[in-house]
Each structure stands twice: as structure tokens, then as C-alpha cells.
Design a protein around this ligand. Structure first.
Ligand code: ATP
Length: 356
């Protein structure tokens, strides 16, 4: 069983708390993505699992073994870095063979395993080349081969695709997921700041901010039930709109009073008082003409993202982004809009926690 368990794991670098009381279980065979902005502690978490950093507090378990005191080479994990870290003076064969040499695997066995993994990754015809004679995508495959040849129980990847150009990145994203999850079914922990990578590859995503775990869930859970305003705005593009206001009851109706505009909310909402209303740009109704219950907004500008158009409107200090449906011409000055009632959220104004 190659389950990985982090129990109350903290890592401090002097005054900096890089990871703060992290509790996380990565199930056997699961593809877990650690997602968060730069500096949130995701790489440090991965490096602690690999044994390249020692936790200040807490326990790390791999399978049924407590590994805090276990040397990185004896952990049965393999790590792939963003930079690939190939040895430039060695051939592809030499690079892939390297960990087996370290382990003193006999020569015939080494040759067999290198060839097997190279075939598997489609780089068997590159074995005599040097890394400098390879494309970025090919170098990435060599780095993967060097990690896989060790037959690890846990695969650790730190932003492995960020040095590739957009087209190869999309292709490798799919290949990696297929290889690690479907072909090998290996426990994988994958670090990225790219939400699209996380959403498309993960079985579950752990979202981190400032060293603190914000939410763990499937891509759908993270997208449709964000635990707080951080997750709500970090995942999704353009980000979720957040508006501060008051939820109040008038004439039997539940209203959201944002000062410059008023919206009627579902009557089932029992929250009252100051709150933050959240809705995604895609989850709004927009009309060219005034409509009952819709709010008037002055368009500041329209942004084209692929085939979709997003209108920017401003109220007070905040700018809201709305996806404009086909038929709302983009040259106009005003639109009428409201959030879809079945897709809006209410957050606590202080803690940012999801209330509804
Ligand atoms: P990035 O995507 O930029 O690598 P990250 O989310 O992976 O970010 P970490 O690299 O884990 O973040 O860093 C978390 C925090 O710990 C940061 O504030 C970072 O500056 C700090 N940190 C990381 N490694 C060290 C170190 N060796 N010495 C001191 N501080 C460190």
C-alpha cells in the first residue's frame, strides 16, 4: 500500500512558516495535485515527502512506515523537477541508468530495465543522444524515464510541464495522466500553480495558501463548492465575482443590498447581515433590455477570451466580470444582469468561509 499520510506537518525556515499544520492523506493509486500560488508551500510539502527537507513538526507516513528519519534514497519515491535536472555529459541511456547504478543493479538487468522504460515512453531511439540534442518534451520524457526506472511506489512531480511551450504542455498533460493513472496506477503527487493542469489531471486537488491547506476535494467539489473566497477566486477563469453587501428581509423577500444595486435572493436563504455574494462570470443572466429583477450595469469594456466575450462593469470599488451571451452586442454601453440563483454563493465577510 503506497498511501501517503501527512499528520500535523509544519515546516519552518527561520521565521517563515512554509507549511503550517498540514493534514492530508493521499490514497493508494491516487493522483493528488497540490495547487496554490507561488510561495504557498506546495514545493516544500513535496520535498518533505521526498525526504529533501525535514519537517519541523509532525509525521510523514508512506505505506505503513513512518519516514521522518528515513533517508530519501530509501523511501521508494521518485521525483521529477521542473528543470528536469538531467546530467548534460551523459547520454540518455546513462541518465536513465544512473539510479540503477547507484543501487548496484547488475549490468544486464540495468540494460533491460532502461530499454523497457524507454520503449514505454517512446524514446528508445534517443538513447545515444545527449540531453542538449533533445527538445524540451523529449528531455521531459527522459526525466520521467529516469524516475520510473526505479519502480517507485510514489511519484512526485514539481511543476514538470512549466518549461514546455503551450501546445506540448497540453499534449504532455494528457500523456502524463494516462501513464501515471491509467497505465501504472501509481500514487502520484503533482505540484502546480496552474489551475487548468490541476482541474484536468487530478483525482483530488489540495488547495494551499500561505502554508495552510484551504480545501481538499475532487475538481468538481473545488469548482462548485469552494470552501472559502480564496479557493473561489483562485480556481476558475476569469475569477469568481465577489461583492460585499447586506442580506436583509423586506416584505417577505430576501434581498442582497450592495449599496449601488439590490438583488433578490432565494427565499430559502436564512443568513442575515453583512455578507459577501459570489458568482462566476459564466453563471449570470445578461440582457440588452431592462428586465424585472435585473440590475443595470455600465460596460467599461469587453474582453474576448477565445469564442467568449466578457463584459467588465464597475460598482463602487469593485469590477465585476460577466460572460455576455450571444446576441448581446459588445459595442453597447449598458447591460442588465443578475446572478443565476442556483449558482451563487454567500461567504462570511470576516473569515471568507462558505455559508451558502
Ligand atoms: P513556488 O511555486 O514559487 O515554488 P511554492 O508554493 O512551492 O512556491 P515553497 O517553495 O514551498 O512555495 O515556499 C514556501 C515558503 O517557504 C516561501 O515563503 C519560501 O520563500 C520559503 N522557503 C522555501 N524554501 C526555503 C529555504 N530553503 N529557506 C528559506 N525559506 C524557504
Amino acid at each position: 500500500m503506497a498511501r501517503v499520510l501527512l499528520k500535523d506537518v509544519t515546516k519552518k525556515f527561520g521565521e517563515v512558516v512554509a507549511v503550517n499544520k498540514l493534514n492530508l492523506e493521499i490514497r493508494d493509486g491516487e493522483f493528488m495535485v497540490l495547487l496554490g500560488p507561488s510561495g504557498c508551500g506546495k514545493s516544500t510539502t513535496l520535498r518533505m515527502i521526498a525526504g529533501l527537507e525535514t519537517p519541523t513538526e509532525g509525521e510523514i507516513w508512506i505505506g505503513d512506515q513512518l519516514v521522518n528519519e528515513i533517508d530519501p534514497t530509501k523511501r521508494n519515491t521518485a521525483m521529477v523537477f521542473q528543470s528536469y535536472a538531467l546530467y548534460p555529459h551523459m547520454t540518455v541511456f546513462g541518465n536513465i541508468e544512473f539510479p540503477l547504478r547507484m543501487w548496484k543493479v547488475p549490468k544486464q538487468e540495468r540494460i533491460r530495465r532502461v530499454k523497457e522504460v524507454a520503449e514505454f515512453l517512446g524514446i528508445a531511439d534517443l538513447l545515444n543522444r545527449k540531453p542538449s540534442e533533445l527538445s524540451g518534451g523529449q528531455q521531459q520524457r527522459v526525466a520521467l524515464a529516469r524516475a520510473l526506472v526505479r519502480e517507485p511506489e510514489v511519484f512526485l512531480l514539481d511543476e514538470p510541464l512549466s518549461n514546455l511551450d503551450a501546445k506540448i504542455r497540453t499534449q504532455m498533460r494528457f500523456e502524463l495522466k494516462k501513464l501515471l493513472s491509467y497505465d501504472l496506477g501509481i500514487t502520484t503527487i503533482y505540484v502546480t500553480h496552474d489551475q487548468v493542469e490541476a482541474m484536468t489531471m487530478a483525482d483530488r486537488i489540495a488547495v494551499m495558501d500561505k502554508g495552510v491547506l484551504q480545501q481538499v476535494g475532487t475538481p468538481d467539489e473545488i469548482f462548485y463548492k469552494p470552501a472559502n473566497t480564496f479557493v473561489a477566486t483562485f480556481v476558475g477563469s476569469p475569477p469568481m465575482n465577489l461583492v460585499k453587501g447586506d442580506v436583509e428581509e423586506k416584505d417577505g423577500k430576501v434581498l442582497f443590498d450592495a449599496g449601488e444595486f439590490m438583488l433578490e435572493l432565494p427565499a430559502s436563504i436564512d443568513i442575515r447581515g453583512t455578507a459577501v455574494l459570489g458568482f462566476r462570470p459564466q453563471h449570470v443572466e445578461v440582457s440588452s433590455e431592462p428586465k424585472e429583477g435585473f440590475v443595470k450595469g455600465r460596460l467599461l469594456g469587453v474582453e474576448k477570451l477565445g469564442v467568449e466575450s466578457y463584459g467588465h462593469i464597475a460598482y463602487g470599488g469593485v469590477e465585476l466580470i460577466l460572460r455576455l451571451p450571444e446576441g448581446v452586442e459588445t459595442g453597447r454601453e449598458e447591460v442588465y444582469w443578475r446572478p443565476r440563483m442556483d449558482r451563487m454563493y454567500i461567504f462570511d465577510p470576516k473569515s471568507g468561509k462558505l455559508l451558502y
